[in-house]
Design a protein around this ligand. Structure first.
Ligand code: 5GP
Ligand code: 5GP
Ligand code: 5GP
Length: 215
């Protein structure tokens, strides 16, 4: 049996907080373009089934071609930076996301990446949180973070936590659900399985090099 490349129900749009990616014991590496902004950045736009399962590596389309997304490059570097080590320019991360997830959509490469970039602007998480007084460098209740995003974006997010080098749980990734057209946020049909958050979690800063644990 072969599956059509748009055989899925909805997307998870997953953003990562660079402060939380970088301040774990594993640390991070800034991309060749330099230290990213203190803002959420894109991890991926992942097609999913309502059952919680998902298709991946649908591979019928060719691997990511730099020339297909050349007009999006400055937005890609700003909004979808790679923080994995060793330092890289992003093409490997974006190519991985395309191969694993993008190929399971019906979008071409340009459409897939442009829709993801546009979703980040629509969600505007950093500003949505600031409107509720939630700013990097402090601890907050998990529920107040979720409520602020619910108010600003319209739908409840799922928060994935990790642990910093001192053992504090912190906001690592924010999952929002998106309809099949990749343009509208929706109520999540099913929650992802993420890592536990305490009821009180850190939203660490990523603003100065003084607290940098970057290699
Ligand atoms: P992790 O195990 O670190 O949460 O996820 C590893 C990778 O598996 C993710 O980066 C993503 O590519 C994929 N993945 C994990 N959970 C989900 C999910 O619920 N839906 C989809 N579509 N992919 C997922
Ligand atoms: P996923 O977990 O989406 O399947 O895979 C993410 C892959 O991209 C991993 O191999 C990871 O090392 C690489 N990667 C490169 N840069 C980043 C980044 O900034 N964040 C995450 N989550 N993965 C990255
Ligand atoms: P509830 O049944 O109240 O929705 O939550 C069950 C458990 O999941 C509780 O321990 C609660 O703290 C946790 N939880 C609720 N929302 C989230 C979330 O967005 N992320 C994570 N990691 N845990 C959550």
């Amino acid at each position: 049996i072969s599956f059509s490349s748009s055989d899925f129900d909805f997307f998870y749009f997953v953003q990562q907080w660079p402060g939380s990616y970088c301040d774990t014991r594993q640390s991070c590496c800034y991309p060749t373009t330099g230290k990213p902004d203190e803002d959420f950045s894109i991890h991926g736009l992942w097609p999913n089934y309502n059952t919680g399962k998902w298709p991946q590596n649908c591979g019928s389309q060719s691997s990511l071609d730099r020339s297909e997304i050349s007009d999006l490059m400055s937005r890609m570097h700003k909004d979808w930076p790679t923080l994995a080590c060793p330092t890289a320019d992003g093409m490997k991360f974006w190519g991985h996301e395309w191969d694993k997830h993008g190929t399971c959509t019906s979008f071409d490469q340009h459409t897939y990446f442009q829709f993801a970039l546009d979703l980040k602007n629509k969600a505007n998480l950093l500003q949505v949180l600031a409107k509720s007084g939630i700013r990097p460098g402090n601890f907050y209740g998990l529920e107040s973070i979720k409520q602020a995003i619910q108010e600003g974006v319209g739908y409840e997010p799922y928060i994935d936590c990790n642990v910093d080098s001192e053992g504090n749980h912190q906001v690592f990734q924010v999952y929002l659900c998106v309809d099949k057209s990749a343009t509208k946020f929706i109520r999540c049909p099913i929650l992802p399985h993420g890592r536990a958050c305490g009821s009180r979690i850190e939203f660490p800063s990523f603003s100065s090099d003084s607290n940098s644990s970057h290699k």
